[in-house]
Design a protein around this ligand. Structure first.
Ligand code: UFG
Length: 332
C-alpha cells in the first residue's frame, strides 16, 4: 500500500514526505513545482512533476502506481492577501482542483483522502479557543476556497464513499531540526521567516501590522505548530482512515497563543540579534486572535505534538535560515 502525496515538495508536504520515509512507508509524490522545490524531496522518491487538475496526468500516476490506497493533499495556494486580489485563482486551483482530483480518485477506486484545511475557514471566531464544530464564516477567498473543498469532500463521501480527514492547521512555523528542509516562499509574507530574515540582515526591519487589536499587548495572537508535528498528524490520519473509521475534521495547533510582539521577543532571544521593528498599519483580514482547541486530534488520532515551546520552533527555523540563506536557491 502506498500513499500519494500531492504538493509533496511544498513546505508542509516535504516535511511529511520526510517523516513517511523515516517510517519506511511507500510514497509517491506529485508536485507542479509552482511553489514547491524539487530539492525539498529526497531524490530517491518516486516523483511526478505535474498538476493534479490535469486528469490525464493523474490517471497516469494512478495507473503506474496501482498500490496507492490513500492520498494526502497539500497542493493548494495559501496566501490570504493574494486571495483577496485574485480570488478566482484560488477557486480555480484549490476548489475546482479538488473536484477533478476526487473524480479521478473515484475512477481508480481510491477512497481515502487527508486534506490540509485551515483556521482561515473559521473567519473571525466568536470565542477562543476554536472548536471544530464552531461556525465557519471565512473572511477571505483563501479560507472560502478551503471551506468549499471540505464541503465537496463531504458530498463525495455521501455519494461515492470517499472517506476524508480534514486537518485545520493554525500557524505553521519551524523547520526540520537538522536544518535540511524548511520554509522557502517567494515572495515571503509569513511572520517568522520575515523576522529571521531581519535577524540575518537580509531585511532592514520588521513591520508589525497593527498594535491596536483587542489582545493583551495590542498585536495579533496566533497559535504556532511545527511542520514535524503536522506531518505526524497526517500519517496518523491516513492510519485512522485505513482502519475503516469515518470521515472527520480536526484542528491542529498547540492550544497556546503568542502575540506578534512575543514572537519578536522570543526570536531576539533565540538568535541573539537585535531585530529592528516598527509598528505599521493593520493588514487587511487579520483576526485579533486565533487559538485552536486541538484536544480532539490528541484524543481521537492519538496525536502527540513534540514542539510545545515556541522558542524550540524558532530554533529549528533559525537553523534552516542560517544554513540556507537563499532558501533552496532554485528561483530565477
Ligand atoms: N505579520 C506582521 N508583519 C509581517 C508579517 C506578518 O506583523 O511582516 C503579522 C500578521 O499581521 C499576523 C501575524 O504576523 O498578525 C501572522 O501572520 P502570517 O502571515 O505569518 O500568518 P497568518 O496568521 O496571516 O496566516 C497563516 C497562514 C494562513 C492560515 C492562517 C491561519 O498563512 O494560510 O495562518 O491561522 F489560514
Amino acid at each position: 500500500m502506498s500513499i500519494l502525496v500531492l504538493g509533496g515538495a511544498g513546505y508542509i508536504g516535504s516535511h511529511t514526505v520526510d517523516r513517511l520515509l523515516a517510517e519506511n512507508r511507500d510514497v509517491v509524490v506529485v508536485d507542479n513545482l509552482v511553489t514547491g522545490h524539487r530539492a525539498a524531496v529526497n531524490s530517491d522518491v518516486k516523483f511526478y512533476e505535474g498538476d493534479l487538475a490535469d486528469k490525464d496526468f493523474m490517471r497516469k500516476v494512478f495507473t503506474e502506481n496501482p498500490d496507492i490506497d490513500a492520498v494526502i493533499h497539500f497542493a493548494a495556494f495559501s496566501l490570504v492577501a493574494e486571495s483577496m486580489v485574485d480570488p478566482l485563482k484560488y477557486f480555480d486551483n484549490n476548489t475546482a482542483g479538488m473536484v477533478k482530483l476526487l473524480e479521478v480518485m473515484n475512477e481508480f477506486d481510491v477512497k481515502r483522502i487527508v486534506f490540509s484545511s485551515t483556521a482561515a475557514t473559521y473567519g473571525i471566531p466568536e470565542k477562543m479557543p476554536i472548536y471544530e464544530d464552531d461556525p465557519q464564516n471565512p473572511i477571505n477567498p483563501y479560507g472560502e476556497s478551503k471551506l468549499m473543498m471540505e464541503k465537496i469532500m463531504r458530498w463525495a463521501d455521501d455519494a461515492y464513499g470517499i472517506k476524508f480527514v480534514a486537518l485545520r492547521y493554525f500557524n505553521v512555523a519551524g523547520a526540520k531540526p537538522d536544518g535540511s528542509i524548511g520554509e522557502d516562499h517567494g515572495p515571503e509574507t509569513h511572520l517568522l521567516p520575515i523576522v529571521l530574515q531581519v535577524a540575518m540582515g537580509k531585511r532592514d526591519e520588521l513591520s508589525i501590522f497593527g498594535d491596536d487589536y483587542n489582545t493583551p499587548d495590542g498585536t495579533n495572537v496566533r497559535d504556532y505548530v511545527h511542520p514535524f508535528d503536522l506531518a505526524d498528524a497526517h500519517i496518523l490520519a491516513v492510519d485512522y482512515l485505513r482502519e475503516g473509521n469515518d470521515s472527520d475534521v480536526f484542528n491542529l495547533g498547540s492550544s497556546t497563543g503568542f502575540s506578534n510582539l512575543e514572537m519578536l521577543e522570543a526570536a531576539r532571544e533565540v538568535t541573539g540579534k537585535e531585530i529592528p521593528a516598527k509598528i505599521a498599519p493593520r493588514r487587511v483580514g487579520d483576526p485579533d486572535t486565533l487559538i485552536a482547541a486541538s484536544e480532539k486530534a490528541r484524543k481521537v488520532l492519538g496525536w502527540k505534538p513534540q514542539f510545545d515551546d515556541v522558542k524550540k520552533i524558532i530554533e529549528t527555523a533559525w537553523k534552516w535560515h542560517t544554513t540556507h540563506p537563499n532558501g533552496y536557491d532554485d528561483r530565477d
